[in-house]
Design a protein around this ligand. Structure first.
Ligand code: SF4
Ligand code: SF4
Length: 461
Protein backbone atom coordinates (compact mmCIF):
# COMPACT_ATOMS: atom_id res chain seq x y z
CA UNK A 1 0.00 0.00 0.00
CA UNK A 2 1.09 3.59 -0.46
CA UNK A 3 1.60 6.11 2.32
CA UNK A 4 -2.00 7.07 3.24
CA UNK A 5 -2.89 10.67 2.58
CA UNK A 6 -3.29 12.91 5.60
CA UNK A 7 -6.70 12.20 7.09
CA UNK A 8 -9.22 14.98 7.29
CA UNK A 9 -11.54 15.47 10.25
CA UNK A 10 -14.51 14.43 8.09
CA UNK A 11 -12.79 11.18 7.11
CA UNK A 12 -12.14 10.46 10.74
CA UNK A 13 -15.89 10.36 11.43
CA UNK A 14 -16.50 8.26 14.51
CA UNK A 15 -13.24 9.42 16.08
CA UNK A 16 -14.08 13.02 16.84
CA UNK A 17 -11.24 14.90 18.51
CA UNK A 18 -13.74 17.33 20.06
CA UNK A 19 -14.55 14.61 22.58
CA UNK A 20 -11.11 15.00 24.09
CA UNK A 21 -12.21 17.78 26.41
CA UNK A 22 -15.00 15.61 27.82
CA UNK A 23 -12.68 12.66 28.35
CA UNK A 24 -9.95 14.78 29.88
CA UNK A 25 -12.23 15.92 32.67
CA UNK A 26 -14.09 12.66 33.23
CA UNK A 27 -13.32 11.25 36.67
CA UNK A 28 -16.12 8.82 37.61
CA UNK A 29 -15.48 5.36 36.25
CA UNK A 30 -14.98 1.72 37.24
CA UNK A 31 -11.46 0.39 37.67
CA UNK A 32 -11.36 -1.76 34.58
CA UNK A 33 -12.55 -0.96 31.11
CA UNK A 34 -13.27 -3.88 28.80
CA UNK A 35 -14.23 -3.93 25.13
CA UNK A 36 -16.23 -6.87 23.78
CA UNK A 37 -13.16 -8.77 22.54
CA UNK A 38 -9.75 -9.13 24.14
CA UNK A 39 -8.59 -8.14 27.58
CA UNK A 40 -9.71 -5.46 30.02
CA UNK A 41 -7.35 -2.66 30.98
CA UNK A 42 -6.92 -0.80 34.22
CA UNK A 43 -8.42 2.65 33.76
CA UNK A 44 -5.44 4.14 35.60
CA UNK A 45 -3.28 3.29 32.58
CA UNK A 46 -5.29 5.76 30.48
CA UNK A 47 -5.39 8.36 33.21
CA UNK A 48 -1.61 8.52 33.32
CA UNK A 49 -1.76 10.41 30.03
CA UNK A 50 -2.09 14.12 30.83
CA UNK A 51 -2.38 15.04 27.11
CA UNK A 52 0.73 17.24 27.19
CA UNK A 53 1.78 16.23 23.66
CA UNK A 54 5.49 15.94 24.53
CA UNK A 55 5.53 12.54 22.85
CA UNK A 56 4.37 13.76 19.45
CA UNK A 57 7.70 14.73 17.94
CA UNK A 58 9.22 11.41 19.07
CA UNK A 59 6.61 9.42 17.14
CA UNK A 60 7.70 8.21 13.68
CA UNK A 61 4.16 7.98 12.29
CA UNK A 62 3.31 11.48 13.52
CA UNK A 63 6.46 12.71 11.78
CA UNK A 64 5.38 11.00 8.53
CA UNK A 65 1.66 11.92 8.55
CA UNK A 66 1.49 15.00 10.78
CA UNK A 67 -1.86 13.67 11.99
CA UNK A 68 -2.87 13.71 15.68
CA UNK A 69 -4.72 10.43 15.17
CA UNK A 70 -1.41 8.80 14.22
CA UNK A 71 0.32 10.13 17.33
CA UNK A 72 0.63 8.44 20.74
CA UNK A 73 -1.76 10.93 22.37
CA UNK A 74 -4.33 10.53 19.60
CA UNK A 75 -4.11 6.75 19.71
CA UNK A 76 -4.53 6.71 23.50
CA UNK A 77 -7.75 8.69 23.10
CA UNK A 78 -9.01 6.26 20.48
CA UNK A 79 -8.18 3.25 22.64
CA UNK A 80 -10.01 4.81 25.54
CA UNK A 81 -13.09 5.44 23.43
CA UNK A 82 -13.13 1.81 22.35
CA UNK A 83 -12.54 0.56 25.91
CA UNK A 84 -15.50 2.64 27.07
CA UNK A 85 -17.76 1.51 24.23
CA UNK A 86 -17.89 4.94 22.56
CA UNK A 87 -16.65 3.54 19.26
CA UNK A 88 -16.51 -0.05 18.04
CA UNK A 89 -13.14 -1.82 17.93
CA UNK A 90 -13.85 -2.73 14.32
CA UNK A 91 -14.20 0.92 13.34
CA UNK A 92 -12.02 1.03 10.19
CA UNK A 93 -10.32 4.27 11.25
CA UNK A 94 -9.42 2.85 14.65
CA UNK A 95 -8.11 -0.31 12.99
CA UNK A 96 -5.99 1.74 10.59
CA UNK A 97 -4.48 4.10 13.20
CA UNK A 98 -3.64 1.28 15.60
CA UNK A 99 -2.24 -0.85 12.78
CA UNK A 100 -0.01 2.03 11.63
CA UNK A 101 1.63 2.26 15.07
CA UNK A 102 5.08 0.62 15.02
CA UNK A 103 4.91 -0.26 18.72
CA UNK A 104 8.42 1.25 18.84
CA UNK A 105 7.77 2.80 22.26
CA UNK A 106 9.71 5.98 21.54
CA UNK A 107 6.69 7.71 23.11
CA UNK A 108 7.38 5.94 26.41
CA UNK A 109 10.88 7.41 26.56
CA UNK A 110 9.53 10.87 25.70
CA UNK A 111 6.61 10.75 28.14
CA UNK A 112 7.17 12.63 31.43
CA UNK A 113 4.09 11.00 32.93
CA UNK A 114 5.25 7.38 32.64
CA UNK A 115 2.50 6.17 30.30
CA UNK A 116 2.91 2.44 29.51
CA UNK A 117 2.05 2.92 25.88
CA UNK A 118 3.30 -0.51 24.76
CA UNK A 119 0.96 -2.20 27.19
CA UNK A 120 -1.98 -0.14 25.94
CA UNK A 121 -1.43 -0.68 22.23
CA UNK A 122 -0.70 -4.39 22.59
CA UNK A 123 -3.97 -4.84 24.49
CA UNK A 124 -5.80 -2.72 21.90
CA UNK A 125 -4.60 -4.95 19.09
CA UNK A 126 -6.25 -7.85 20.86
CA UNK A 127 -9.59 -5.99 20.71
CA UNK A 128 -9.54 -5.87 16.93
CA UNK A 129 -10.71 -9.01 15.15
CA UNK A 130 -8.78 -10.06 11.99
CA UNK A 131 -10.14 -8.10 9.02
CA UNK A 132 -10.74 -11.17 6.82
CA UNK A 133 -10.57 -14.96 6.76
CA UNK A 134 -7.24 -14.58 4.93
CA UNK A 135 -5.74 -12.61 7.81
CA UNK A 136 -7.13 -15.14 10.30
CA UNK A 137 -5.63 -18.02 8.32
CA UNK A 138 -2.28 -16.26 7.92
CA UNK A 139 -2.08 -15.58 11.66
CA UNK A 140 -2.88 -19.20 12.42
CA UNK A 141 -0.35 -20.55 9.92
CA UNK A 142 2.43 -18.14 10.84
CA UNK A 143 2.07 -17.31 14.53
CA UNK A 144 0.52 -20.57 15.71
CA UNK A 145 2.21 -22.83 13.13
CA UNK A 146 5.51 -22.00 11.46
CA UNK A 147 7.04 -19.85 14.23
CA UNK A 148 6.32 -22.43 16.92
CA UNK A 149 7.64 -25.43 14.94
CA UNK A 150 11.48 -25.54 14.81
CA UNK A 151 11.55 -28.36 12.22
CA UNK A 152 9.26 -26.49 9.85
CA UNK A 153 11.40 -23.37 10.24
CA UNK A 154 14.52 -25.36 9.47
CA UNK A 155 12.93 -26.74 6.31
CA UNK A 156 11.77 -23.26 5.30
CA UNK A 157 15.33 -21.91 5.72
CA UNK A 158 16.70 -24.79 3.61
CA UNK A 159 14.08 -24.07 0.93
CA UNK A 160 15.15 -20.42 0.95
CA UNK A 161 18.78 -21.43 0.38
CA UNK A 162 17.73 -23.61 -2.56
CA UNK A 163 15.70 -20.71 -3.98
CA UNK A 164 18.67 -18.34 -3.69
CA UNK A 165 21.32 -20.73 -5.04
CA UNK A 166 19.39 -22.49 -7.81
CA UNK A 167 19.08 -19.33 -9.88
CA UNK A 168 15.32 -19.18 -9.30
CA UNK A 169 15.68 -15.95 -7.35
CA UNK A 170 17.52 -14.31 -10.26
CA UNK A 171 14.75 -15.39 -12.64
CA UNK A 172 11.99 -14.09 -10.34
CA UNK A 173 13.73 -10.72 -9.99
CA UNK A 174 14.63 -10.41 -13.67
CA UNK A 175 11.14 -11.23 -14.98
CA UNK A 176 9.43 -8.48 -12.97
CA UNK A 177 7.25 -11.11 -11.29
CA UNK A 178 7.92 -9.35 -7.99
CA UNK A 179 5.81 -6.39 -9.04
CA UNK A 180 2.82 -8.68 -9.51
CA UNK A 181 3.08 -10.29 -6.07
CA UNK A 182 0.82 -8.92 -3.28
CA UNK A 183 2.61 -6.11 -1.36
CA UNK A 184 3.70 -8.13 1.70
CA UNK A 185 5.13 -11.00 -0.36
CA UNK A 186 7.06 -8.67 -2.66
CA UNK A 187 8.55 -6.88 0.36
CA UNK A 188 9.41 -10.22 1.96
CA UNK A 189 11.22 -11.33 -1.20
CA UNK A 190 13.19 -8.09 -1.41
CA UNK A 191 14.22 -8.16 2.24
CA UNK A 192 15.25 -11.79 2.63
CA UNK A 193 18.83 -12.10 3.86
CA UNK A 194 21.46 -13.93 1.82
CA UNK A 195 21.82 -17.34 3.45
CA UNK A 196 25.32 -18.72 3.09
CA UNK A 197 26.73 -21.90 4.58
CA UNK A 198 25.38 -25.45 4.46
CA UNK A 199 21.77 -26.28 3.52
CA UNK A 200 20.94 -26.82 7.20
CA UNK A 201 22.83 -24.52 9.59
CA UNK A 202 24.64 -26.47 12.34
CA UNK A 203 22.76 -26.52 15.64
CA UNK A 204 24.30 -25.22 18.82
CA UNK A 205 25.14 -27.98 21.32
CA UNK A 206 23.00 -28.14 24.46
CA UNK A 207 25.97 -27.20 26.63
CA UNK A 208 28.96 -24.96 25.87
CA UNK A 209 31.45 -24.99 28.75
CA UNK A 210 32.90 -21.78 30.17
CA UNK A 211 36.42 -20.90 29.14
CA UNK A 212 38.40 -20.97 32.40
CA UNK A 213 36.64 -20.59 35.71
CA UNK A 214 32.85 -20.72 35.58
CA UNK A 215 31.28 -17.46 36.73
CA UNK A 216 27.64 -18.07 35.80
CA UNK A 217 25.36 -20.62 34.17
CA UNK A 218 23.47 -18.92 31.38
CA UNK A 219 20.52 -20.09 29.27
CA UNK A 220 20.57 -18.88 25.66
CA UNK A 221 17.39 -17.99 23.78
CA UNK A 222 18.02 -18.87 20.13
CA UNK A 223 14.83 -17.40 18.67
CA UNK A 224 12.55 -18.77 15.97
CA UNK A 225 13.11 -17.09 12.58
CA UNK A 226 16.29 -15.40 13.84
CA UNK A 227 17.55 -18.81 15.00
CA UNK A 228 17.61 -19.88 11.35
CA UNK A 229 18.47 -16.61 9.58
CA UNK A 230 21.02 -15.44 12.16
CA UNK A 231 22.34 -18.78 13.39
CA UNK A 232 25.89 -17.37 13.13
CA UNK A 233 25.05 -14.61 15.63
CA UNK A 234 23.78 -17.23 18.09
CA UNK A 235 27.05 -19.12 17.75
CA UNK A 236 28.96 -15.87 18.24
CA UNK A 237 26.88 -15.05 21.35
CA UNK A 238 27.60 -18.46 22.85
CA UNK A 239 31.35 -18.12 22.13
CA UNK A 240 31.56 -14.60 23.56
CA UNK A 241 29.65 -15.58 26.72
CA UNK A 242 31.80 -18.69 27.21
CA UNK A 243 34.95 -16.58 26.83
CA UNK A 244 33.68 -14.34 29.64
CA UNK A 245 33.27 -17.28 32.00
CA UNK A 246 29.68 -18.32 31.28
CA UNK A 247 28.61 -21.91 30.95
CA UNK A 248 26.00 -21.68 28.19
CA UNK A 249 22.94 -23.93 28.14
CA UNK A 250 20.67 -24.17 25.08
CA UNK A 251 17.46 -25.97 26.15
CA UNK A 252 15.98 -27.77 23.12
CA UNK A 253 12.45 -27.42 24.55
CA UNK A 254 12.45 -23.62 24.09
CA UNK A 255 10.20 -22.08 21.45
CA UNK A 256 9.48 -18.68 19.85
CA UNK A 257 9.34 -16.02 22.61
CA UNK A 258 5.89 -14.81 21.49
CA UNK A 259 6.93 -11.24 20.59
CA UNK A 260 5.19 -11.29 17.20
CA UNK A 261 2.07 -12.77 18.79
CA UNK A 262 2.04 -10.01 21.44
CA UNK A 263 2.43 -7.32 18.78
CA UNK A 264 -0.42 -8.85 16.78
CA UNK A 265 -2.70 -8.88 19.87
CA UNK A 266 -2.65 -12.71 20.09
CA UNK A 267 -1.93 -12.71 23.80
CA UNK A 268 -3.30 -16.20 24.55
CA UNK A 269 -0.87 -17.70 22.06
CA UNK A 270 1.95 -15.60 23.55
CA UNK A 271 1.04 -16.95 27.01
CA UNK A 272 1.23 -20.57 25.83
CA UNK A 273 4.72 -19.90 24.45
CA UNK A 274 5.76 -18.05 27.61
CA UNK A 275 4.74 -20.97 29.84
CA UNK A 276 6.70 -23.38 27.68
CA UNK A 277 9.84 -21.22 27.75
CA UNK A 278 9.62 -20.59 31.49
CA UNK A 279 9.40 -24.35 32.15
CA UNK A 280 12.29 -25.06 29.74
CA UNK A 281 14.65 -22.59 31.43
CA UNK A 282 13.56 -23.55 34.96
CA UNK A 283 14.56 -27.12 34.16
CA UNK A 284 17.95 -25.87 32.94
CA UNK A 285 18.61 -24.30 36.37
CA UNK A 286 20.38 -21.22 35.06
CA UNK A 287 21.45 -18.00 36.80
CA UNK A 288 20.55 -15.83 33.81
CA UNK A 289 18.64 -16.14 30.54
CA UNK A 290 20.24 -14.28 27.63
CA UNK A 291 19.00 -13.15 24.23
CA UNK A 292 20.71 -11.18 21.45
CA UNK A 293 17.51 -9.90 19.79
CA UNK A 294 16.11 -6.66 21.24
CA UNK A 295 12.50 -7.32 20.22
CA UNK A 296 12.48 -10.77 21.82
CA UNK A 297 14.25 -9.49 24.94
CA UNK A 298 11.64 -6.85 25.52
CA UNK A 299 8.81 -9.40 25.41
CA UNK A 300 10.73 -11.95 27.50
CA UNK A 301 11.33 -9.32 30.20
CA UNK A 302 7.58 -8.70 30.24
CA UNK A 303 6.52 -12.32 30.83
CA UNK A 304 5.61 -11.31 34.39
CA UNK A 305 3.09 -8.82 33.04
CA UNK A 306 1.81 -11.22 30.38
CA UNK A 307 0.99 -13.87 33.00
CA UNK A 308 0.07 -11.58 35.90
CA UNK A 309 -3.55 -12.82 35.99
CA UNK A 310 -2.57 -16.50 35.91
CA UNK A 311 -2.30 -17.59 39.57
CA UNK A 312 -0.33 -20.74 38.67
CA UNK A 313 2.27 -18.97 36.57
CA UNK A 314 2.49 -15.36 37.76
CA UNK A 315 5.28 -15.94 40.27
CA UNK A 316 7.28 -18.21 37.96
CA UNK A 317 6.94 -15.67 35.14
CA UNK A 318 8.17 -12.89 37.41
CA UNK A 319 11.18 -15.00 38.51
CA UNK A 320 12.00 -15.75 34.85
CA UNK A 321 11.79 -12.06 33.92
CA UNK A 322 14.23 -11.05 36.65
CA UNK A 323 16.82 -13.42 35.12
CA UNK A 324 16.42 -12.06 31.59
CA UNK A 325 19.31 -10.06 30.12
CA UNK A 326 20.26 -8.74 26.74
CA UNK A 327 23.62 -10.26 25.76
CA UNK A 328 25.41 -6.88 25.93
CA UNK A 329 23.77 -6.14 29.29
CA UNK A 330 25.07 -9.35 30.87
CA UNK A 331 28.55 -9.02 29.38
CA UNK A 332 28.90 -5.53 30.88
CA UNK A 333 27.32 -6.64 34.18
CA UNK A 334 29.72 -9.58 34.58
CA UNK A 335 32.69 -7.80 33.02
CA UNK A 336 33.81 -9.15 29.65
CA UNK A 337 37.33 -10.07 28.58
CA UNK A 338 38.90 -7.23 26.57
CA UNK A 339 39.37 -8.23 22.92
CA UNK A 340 42.92 -8.09 21.54
CA UNK A 341 42.48 -8.22 17.80
CA UNK A 342 42.41 -4.87 16.07
CA UNK A 343 39.48 -4.06 13.76
CA UNK A 344 40.14 -0.91 11.77
CA UNK A 345 36.53 0.09 11.16
CA UNK A 346 34.43 3.23 11.29
CA UNK A 347 31.17 2.05 12.86
CA UNK A 348 27.93 3.78 13.77
CA UNK A 349 25.39 2.31 16.16
CA UNK A 350 21.64 2.09 15.63
CA UNK A 351 19.65 1.91 18.88
CA UNK A 352 17.05 -0.83 18.34
CA UNK A 353 13.74 0.54 19.66
CA UNK A 354 13.09 -2.44 21.91
CA UNK A 355 16.54 -2.09 23.43
CA UNK A 356 16.63 1.71 23.88
CA UNK A 357 12.95 2.35 24.62
CA UNK A 358 11.68 -1.12 25.60
CA UNK A 359 14.59 -2.06 27.90
CA UNK A 360 16.39 1.28 28.45
CA UNK A 361 19.66 -0.24 27.26
CA UNK A 362 21.85 2.21 25.35
CA UNK A 363 25.30 2.24 26.84
CA UNK A 364 26.13 -1.48 27.03
CA UNK A 365 26.25 -2.29 23.27
CA UNK A 366 28.35 0.86 22.77
CA UNK A 367 30.69 -0.30 25.55
CA UNK A 368 31.28 -3.56 23.65
CA UNK A 369 32.11 -1.64 20.49
CA UNK A 370 34.38 0.85 22.23
CA UNK A 371 36.36 -2.00 23.76
CA UNK A 372 37.44 -3.23 20.31
CA UNK A 373 40.94 -1.95 19.48
CA UNK A 374 41.09 0.15 16.32
CA UNK A 375 37.30 0.51 16.03
CA UNK A 376 36.07 4.09 15.73
CA UNK A 377 32.51 4.56 16.97
CA UNK A 378 30.76 7.54 15.39
CA UNK A 379 27.31 8.54 16.58
CA UNK A 380 24.57 9.18 14.03
CA UNK A 381 21.88 11.80 14.60
CA UNK A 382 18.62 10.42 16.03
CA UNK A 383 20.18 7.00 16.61
CA UNK A 384 17.16 5.97 18.69
CA UNK A 385 14.63 6.81 15.99
CA UNK A 386 12.97 3.72 14.54
CA UNK A 387 14.31 2.27 11.25
CA UNK A 388 10.83 1.11 10.21
CA UNK A 389 11.37 -2.60 10.79
CA UNK A 390 9.03 -3.25 13.77
CA UNK A 391 8.39 -6.99 13.46
CA UNK A 392 6.41 -7.48 10.25
CA UNK A 393 5.50 -3.78 9.93
CA UNK A 394 7.87 -3.34 6.97
CA UNK A 395 6.00 -6.11 5.16
CA UNK A 396 2.50 -4.96 6.04
CA UNK A 397 3.13 -1.20 5.62
CA UNK A 398 6.05 -1.29 3.22
CA UNK A 399 5.76 2.31 1.95
CA UNK A 400 5.42 3.89 5.40
CA UNK A 401 8.36 1.81 6.63
CA UNK A 402 10.37 2.89 3.57
CA UNK A 403 9.65 6.58 4.30
CA UNK A 404 10.94 6.10 7.87
CA UNK A 405 13.91 4.09 6.58
CA UNK A 406 14.93 6.77 4.11
CA UNK A 407 15.48 9.29 6.93
CA UNK A 408 17.44 6.68 8.88
CA UNK A 409 19.71 5.95 5.90
CA UNK A 410 20.36 9.67 5.49
CA UNK A 411 21.50 9.87 9.11
CA UNK A 412 23.77 6.87 8.59
CA UNK A 413 25.28 8.33 5.42
CA UNK A 414 26.07 11.58 7.29
CA UNK A 415 28.42 9.70 9.65
CA UNK A 416 30.72 8.43 6.88
CA UNK A 417 30.71 5.04 8.63
CA UNK A 418 31.25 1.91 6.56
CA UNK A 419 29.48 -0.30 9.06
CA UNK A 420 26.31 -0.10 11.15
CA UNK A 421 25.91 -2.16 14.31
CA UNK A 422 22.36 -2.97 15.43
CA UNK A 423 21.36 -5.45 18.15
CA UNK A 424 18.18 -6.78 16.60
CA UNK A 425 17.75 -9.12 13.60
CA UNK A 426 14.73 -7.21 12.26
CA UNK A 427 16.67 -3.91 12.29
CA UNK A 428 19.66 -5.58 10.60
CA UNK A 429 17.47 -6.84 7.74
CA UNK A 430 15.72 -3.50 7.38
CA UNK A 431 18.98 -1.51 7.35
CA UNK A 432 20.54 -3.90 4.82
CA UNK A 433 17.50 -3.35 2.65
CA UNK A 434 17.85 0.42 3.17
CA UNK A 435 21.53 0.33 2.18
CA UNK A 436 20.60 -1.37 -1.09
CA UNK A 437 17.47 0.63 -1.84
CA UNK A 438 18.94 4.06 -1.07
CA UNK A 439 22.50 3.34 -2.25
CA UNK A 440 24.31 3.81 1.07
CA UNK A 441 27.50 1.69 1.03
CA UNK A 442 27.44 0.20 4.54
CA UNK A 443 27.60 -3.28 5.97
CA UNK A 444 25.11 -4.00 8.78
CA UNK A 445 26.07 -6.37 11.58
CA UNK A 446 25.20 -7.31 15.15
CA UNK A 447 27.60 -5.84 17.79
CA UNK A 448 28.12 -9.33 19.23
CA UNK A 449 29.40 -10.50 15.82
CA UNK A 450 31.93 -7.68 15.85
CA UNK A 451 33.07 -8.54 19.37
CA UNK A 452 33.36 -12.20 18.38
CA UNK A 453 35.50 -11.20 15.42
CA UNK A 454 37.70 -9.09 17.69
CA UNK A 455 38.19 -12.21 19.81
CA UNK A 456 39.52 -13.97 16.72
CA UNK A 457 36.49 -15.58 15.04
CA UNK A 458 37.26 -16.05 11.35
CA UNK A 459 33.99 -14.98 9.80
CA UNK A 460 30.93 -12.95 10.69
CA UNK A 461 27.41 -13.88 9.64
S1 SF4 B 1 3.85 12.58 26.59
FE1 SF4 B 1 2.77 11.07 27.83
S2 SF4 B 1 1.30 12.25 29.01
FE2 SF4 B 1 1.98 13.58 27.35
S3 SF4 B 1 0.48 13.20 25.69
FE3 SF4 B 1 2.17 11.79 25.33
S4 SF4 B 1 1.54 9.89 26.37
FE4 SF4 B 1 0.23 11.54 27.18
S1 SF4 C 1 4.85 3.23 19.72
FE1 SF4 C 1 6.06 4.45 18.23
S2 SF4 C 1 4.70 4.64 16.43
FE2 SF4 C 1 3.41 3.95 18.14
S3 SF4 C 1 2.56 5.83 19.02
FE3 SF4 C 1 4.44 5.38 20.20
S4 SF4 C 1 6.09 6.51 19.16
FE4 SF4 C 1 4.32 6.42 17.73
Amino acid sequence: MGVPARETAAQARGIDMAETAVLATEQRAPLLVAPRRGEPLDRALFRQCVHCGLCLSACPTYRVFGNELDSPRGRIFQMRWVAEGKIAPDNPHFRQHISLCLDCRACETACPSGVSYGRLVEAARGWIAPASWRERLLRRLLLGGLLTAPRALRLAAAALRVYQRSGLQRVVRATGLLDRLPGGLAALERMQPRLDGPLFSPRLPELIPAAGQRRARVGLIVGCVAGELFAGTNWATARVLARSGCEVVVPPAQRCCGALAVHAGERDLARQLARRNIAAFEAAEVDYVVVNAAGCGSTLKEYGELLERDPRWAERAHAFATKMRDASELLVELGFAPPERELRLRVTYQDACHLAHGQRIREQPRALLRAIPGLELVEMGDSDHCCGSAGVYNLVHYDVAAAILETKMRRIAETGATMVAAANPGCILQLRHGAERFGVPVEVVHPIDLLDRAYGAQRMT
